[in-house]
Design a binder for this molecule. Structure first.
Ligand code: AMP
Ligand code: MG
Length: 333
């Protein structure tokens, strides 16, 4: 049998070595992480970082998270590392927790949104860690989507999200966590969650041995935390009450219901007239729901519906991250 011809190299699907070469040459590659795919570029290369802002169409004052290969590098970026920050890094890294700390003087203000704080994280993904290590040790990697749109939790989402000119994607399969990292600000006076995520305030309080500072106390500006963000193209409406959602839905809509009650035949939801595949269940478990959220929203967004009607999970600590993303995805009333 003659050997099968080797596949034609696909410039949009680079190998790890090719991705490293692209980033080392000042280019941009979509990088898998455990949270979502990020647009990776060398954090110390101003031209490369400028390409990330341009590709995303992201406002220049929105700071970027610096992704490190090891917690040992934290001192290259943070001017001081409070004890609480050390504990957070020890407990959560590699993983979906971003620390916002006072920045060293030489940290490019291009990546901090002009502020004197820098956001740092070690992602929990073998390919990401190898890319970071191979490409200089510190990569910015904001979500690999156009500004304001749904984040990508699969390679296909990246390729579809940039239309005619997608970036090359280092394929690491679907993201395990599925939503963006928890962002926490830490200084000598305490800590404060700036963006909810996988690590809840309750879990962080146990690690810190102290509750978060009161809301409204001194914290850095958090540009990028906009009321409308992570949004599908189809207008999304939220319902805290399932009966109201069922009453409002019609055949032209797509529906995201919470939990196993969203059976394919909508049995038990007598008034709901939306058939599958435009009626989808968000898992009843908060972590599983976070993992699935963007993928399900991408599916519903592609369905050509008039509206996406989504059931809002309960207002409990475990659901904060998913509620946060759904609320920002919703069309302002
Ligand atoms: P992402 O868009 O997922 O990469 O996350 C970046 C977000 O982290 C920003 O939109 C801010 O909300 C937050 N962030 C990053 N750097 C800083 C910083 N230096 N100070 C305050 N918040 C930051
Ligand atoms: Mg983003």
């Amino acid at each position: 049998m003659s050997p099968s011809p080797s596949p034609t190299p696909d410039p949009l699907r680079p190998s790890l070595d090719e991705a490293i070469a692209i980033v080392r040459a000042g280019g941009v590659v979509a990088m898998p992480t455990e949270t979502v795919y990020g647009l990776a570029a060398d954090a110390r290369n101003a031209d490369a970082v400028a390409k990330v802002f341009a590709l995303k169409e992201r406002p220049l004052d929105h700071p970027l998270i610096v992704h490190l290969a090891s917690a040992a590098d934290i001192g290259l970026w943070a001017a001081s590392v409070p004890e609480t920050a050390r504990r957070f890094a020890e407990a959560a890294w590699p993983g979906p927790l971003t620390l916002v700390l006072a920045a060293c003087d030489d940290v490019p203000r291009q990546i901090t949104g002009g502020q004197d704080t820098v956001a740092l994280r070690v992602p929990d993904h073998a390919l990401a860690l190898q890319l970071i290590q191979g490409a200089g040790g510190a990569l910015v990697a904001p979500s690999a989507n156009r500004f304001g749109r749904l984040s990508p939790s699969r390679p296909e989402h990246v390729l579809e999200g940039f239309g005619d000119a997608p970036p090359p994607v280092l394929d690491g399969g679907p993201c395990r966590v599925g939503i963006e990292s928890t962002v926490v600000f830490v200084d000598d006076a305490g800590w404060q969650v700036l963006r909810p995520g996988h690590w809840t305030a309750e879990a962080l309080a146990r690690i810190a041995g102290a509750p978060p500072r009161a809301a409204g106390s001194a914290a850095p500006r958090t540009p990028g935390q906009l009321a409308s963000h992570y949004a599908p193209r189809t207008p999304l409406l939220l319902f805290a009450d399932r009966a109201a959602l069922c009453a409002a839905a019609n055949e032209e809509d797509a529906v995201l219901l919470l939990g196993e009650r969203a059976r394919p035949d909508n049995e038990g939801d007598g008034r709901l007239t939306v058939p599958p595949p435009r009626c989808i269940a968000l898992p009843a478990d908060p972590q599983a729901a976070a993992t699935a959220l963007y993928d399900l929203l991408h599916q519903l967004d592609a369905a050509g519906a008039r509206y996406i009607l989504a059931e809002l999970p309960p207002d409990t600590p475990a659901w904060q991250a998913v509620r946060d993303r759904l609320t920002r995805a919703a069309t302002p009333a």
